[in-house]
Design a protein around this ligand. Sequence first.
Ligand SMILES: [Zn+2]
Ligand SMILES: [Zn+2]
Ligand SMILES: [Zn+2]
Ligand SMILES: [Zn+2]
Length: 560
Amino acid sequence: MRTKTVGGKRRSLINPNSPFTLSALETDEEEDPNPIYRKSTVWNEWVIFKQDKTKKASDFKGKSTYNTNPSRNKPCVYCIGHEDECSEEIFRVPFDEPNWKIRVVESPNPAVLRSLDDGFVLDGGEVLDGFGIHDVVIESPVHSEQLLDLTPKDVGEVFIAFSNRIRELVHLESIKYVQVFKNHGEKAGAAMSHSHSQILGLPIVPNNVSARLGNMKDFFYQTGKCCICDIQLEDLLIDSSTYFFSLVPFAASFPFEIWVVPRYHSAHFHELDDEMALDLGGLMRTTLRKMSFQLNNPPYNFMIHTSPLRGDGSELAYSHWFIQIIPQLIPTTGFELGTGSHINPVLPEDAAKILREVIVPVFAHERRMVGFLPPTKIVDYSDAFTTKEVFPTREYLLNWARAIGREHGFTVIIQRSDNGGLKKRIGRKTTVILGCERSGKYRQYKDALARKTGTKKCGCPFRLRGRPVRNGDGWKVNVVCGFHNHEVIETAIGSTYAGRLSGEEKSLVDDLTRSNYKPKDILQTLKERNEENLTSIKQIYNLRQQLKRSRLELEMENSA
Ligand SMILES: [Zn+2]
Ligand SMILES: [Zn+2]
Ligand SMILES: [Zn+2]
Ligand SMILES: [Zn+2]
């Protein structure tokens, strides 16, 4: 891998400023570079690099996974507090802790069954019982949190959980290979939007794995070197940490494919110790953030490529584990399916340069954290709001819910009132969804205002549903989600008082003010929206003043 055959000529990539290097060719805009072949040592496969005349490497973007999953805001069986609805737990981190950070569970939809272990024999036949171990690693207790949102240490803990689970599977004699992988986004195969990865223990060594080991072995016998230890980083390097490199491989099969490689030779992923795992967590987090920011949060997969559990030991010299990250940017075509080769429109050194230089700004949800205390203790308020009581009217129910909320130190607001089709015409509301005043999506501008005026939205999941009793008079309430995602300070006094505007209402006042509505009309709009609104015209005047002030402050901040 020291010199590379490019377009028929041998060129050195040692000096990136040499006029003969590919990057020099690429910067010449007049030039339409000819396609080239590069061969991957690890996969023993040719890749065709054919740059797109009309599309620069920096123009490649994925279809954001942010909005694609319809259930992304609904709590699921992987959420904290929903353990009972989930499949069997194997272990959790920290051990035995109700406020867990990571849970390893049996897959709710296993590809292979652990129960079929009975008398499993590999006898050279072509059909075997579908035995295997299929586990899921739930990476966060919080539904909306993605792997790259976690702290470097918590990402490291996920890798420690992987290796601890593999160390357990080593004791199962019938398991020959363990594949750890992650699907992020529906397009990349994720069935659940709650952040998770998967561990599949197989009674066979898949052909891809034995082929990879064979290729590494061939290189070792030809050169006396491990082909991963021998990678010439040069302009392929993205970042490095104490124990790892991130890089774009010389013959990357996919645009912006990334490898995270241990600096020191190691055949098995599960050999890594905690210090290395935490270091890996930091580099993985940086890498995923850079990739997601540059490529518009694309669907992606990552795979840990390691060695089989039961080799004869000879593979230890030439096999070197690594992580492969593949963002989904271009579709797989008949060419790939037919040949197993790939056409990659982005040169690895161009992708590496972009990823090396991209600066990830602080994400919106982290800005939200300004002045925002995450909960130190997750409390379930379900019991406080669980009652068999039938309230005579909707208003009774609302007042009751508000009072219970106040008692516990948070403000309950009406989030949504649904009108049934026919009933709408006769003016009867069928359900009312109540939430915490901090529910709702964080919006940078409006919440910057809200921060100054007192309410910070943070997508709090707390939900109650009120609905009329079937075949009778009165209203009932049930708890949809009893948790908050922010600190709730228990107080006997509470923060509500007559006429106080919710964050949402403040945003509305702001919008209407900027659309030149008169205070009188704004008040009218508020009362039409919410029949229980007690706001006075004086409060509207005051709020308009406040909003104006903070808008000025914001403008000054932004222009400073
Ligand atoms: Zn969930
Ligand atoms: Zn090596
Ligand atoms: Zn919940
Ligand atoms: Zn809340």
